[in-house]
Design a protein around this ligand. Sequence first.
Ligand SMILES: NC(=O)c1ccc[n+]([C@@H]2O[C@H](COP(=O)([O-])OP(=O)(O)OC[C@H]3O[C@@H](n4cnc5c(N)ncnc54)[C@H](OP(=O)(O)O)[C@@H]3O)[C@@H](O)[C@H]2O)c1
Length: 268
Amino acid sequence: MKTVLLTGATGGIGKATALLFLEKGWQVVATGRNEKAFEELSSKLAICHKLDVSDINCVLELKSFLENNNFKIDVLINNAGYGQFGTIEETPIELAVKQFDTNVFGLASVTQVVIPFLRNSGGGRIINVSSIAGKVSMPGGGWYAASKHAVEAISDALRWELSKFNIKVSIIEPGPIKTDFAANVNKSIVYNPEGPYGNLIGNLTGSTKSIKGGTVENCARIIYKAAVSKCPKNRYLVTKEAKLINILIKILPTKLFDKMIIKFFKIK
Ligand SMILES: NC(=O)c1ccc[n+]([C@@H]2O[C@H](COP(=O)([O-])OP(=O)(O)OC[C@H]3O[C@@H](n4cnc5c(N)ncnc54)[C@H](OP(=O)(O)O)[C@@H]3O)[C@@H](O)[C@H]2O)c1
């Protein structure tokens, strides 16, 4: 039986992906912060382990847990993440650092711990959940986009570095997916309606409300495909919005793209 380890498996894309792997007969090591949310996964025989990816002691504890139980890992899915929105100027640097602690350094420290297990299995897969924001930044979402751009850079370097160990690395680039992500963005967004960017953030939250978004089940299917394809793609775009943005940034001259964004978000 093959084994997959996931981060952020307590909800949204991570939980849907864990459930799909269980359905396909895999051994699933589901990790996350909120132990209460493990109930359904445990009932389906997932091995659930508490993990805050931004806490290095937790990550080292995961390492001991995997070593002590002689785990053989075939696939790592780095999914844990959240969106710290707000303009570059107004978002306190401590919040930007926290964003990187989870989305970038958390992903990297779990990866460092799991690579030897993949190598000992004779090879495997690392699947990093980035975002279309890993390809293109946006006003009011620059810190989040910066973290996902970093995920893309780390993933590319890893893919080359690990190629001699038969470890393949794929990046998942979703557009909007219906999860708690947007609600959590709204809770943590740095927004001063009286400040110089009041309109921008209002327009940002307003414009995203009309987007329907893809489903977690579809995203999970694409992640599964990346795990089992003989020749997985480097990047998987998920949702029609992500595919459209990807085309626009490829075909439009950058100055025209600037104009479009400024108009879309009614910046001036
Ligand atoms: N939904 C979208 O529109 C969208 C689009 C593009 C990319 N993504 C990416 O998809 C991934 C999953 O997001 P989602 O949409 O499924 O959102 P979600 O429903 O909010 O789930 C996020 C998951 O990450 C976990 N998490 C956050 N910080 C963590 C930490 N420090 N340590 C461990 N787990 C942590 C959450 O756990 P808690 O329950 O403990 O907070 C939760 O399980 C993220 O990397 C996100 O950036 C989402």
